[in-house]
Design a protein around this ligand. Structure first.
Ligand code: MN
Length: 254
């Protein structure tokens, strides 16, 4: 029966993910969870694990207008993010990385690779996640269900969560990212930020865990429309967050 098979498969995946996360969110090379997900067809729509190739943008460049302008989106995707992917592939070839394996595996051991791998591996991963975590603006855009409950429990309210996450982005000096992630140690939701193209999956990161939502606060992400007004970009960005995507990641890994 197709239905039964599907259910079993979901249960298997869910169990595997939780087991893998419990074992180590460092996602080491020998983590079975990653080895069982090397086929891109097994990504189950959540962008996990992440490959080395840039995936198609899930909407048009002008789809986020009034929040992120079309020219920023086009340059960001076709120039900045494309360059991270290209340079990552170069570093992977030079450093003998098997690119049929998940990128997460490299990030978990990023201290053993070059600075080029760190900057571009992080850059590629972070942008792949960023594109998927946005969608065209719509009314009543907010988290729901178990994710909303967890945000309320951890941060007090959705507004309090947005304030703390926004501050993480606003207070990041220079270039970097703000994150909502599942902490690798206590498995609770945390907010933090990383410099440059680092992320919580990296073994060199001060904050460690599985990223649910990341916000790019590099000037290239907002300068054409917002110039120096990073705070306005962040406050406006909440209108285009794809909470269904964040919720999927949370349910699979939380
Ligand atoms: Mn960027």
């Amino acid at each position: 029966m197709a239905t039964g098979k599907s259910t079993n498969r979901r249960e298997f995946i869910s169990t595997s993910l939780k087991g893998g996360l419990a074992m180590t969110i460092g996602l080491s090379a020998t983590t079975p969870i990653l080895q069982s997900f090397t086929n891109p067809a097994d990504r189950i729509g959540s962008l996990f694990p992440t490959g080395f190739d840039q995936q198609p943008l899930p909407y048009k460049y002008d789809a986020l207008e009034n929040v992120i302008d079309a020219m920023t989106m086009e340059i960001h995707y076709t120039k900045h993010a494309a360059a991270y992917a290209k340079n990552l592939k170069e570093a992977a070839a030079a450093e003998k990385v098997d690119i049929t394996k998940p990128l997460e595996d490299v990030l978990a051991r990023i201290s053993t690779f070059s600075t080029k791998m760190r900057n571009n591996g992080g850059g590629h991963y972070n942008h792949e996640l960023f594109w998927q975590s946005m969608q065209p603006k719509k009314e009543g855009n907010a988290p729901a269900g178990s994710l909303l409950a967890a945000l309320n429990k951890t941060f007090g309210s959705f507004d309090a969560f947005k304030k703390q996450f926004g501050d993480a982005g606003k207070n990041r000096f220079g270039s970097g990212w703000a994150w909502l992630y599942i902490d690798s140690k206590d498995k609770t939701l945390k907010i933090g930020s990383t410099p440059n193209q680092d992320n919580p999956l990296m073994d060199i990161s001060e904050i460690k865990g599985f990223p649910l939502l990341g916000l790019d606060v590099w000037e290239h992400a907002y300068y054409l429309k917002y110039q120096n007004r990073r705070a306005d970009y962040i406050d406006n960005w909440w209108n285009v967050v794809n909470w269904n995507f964040v919720q999927q990641r949370f349910e699979k890994m939380g």
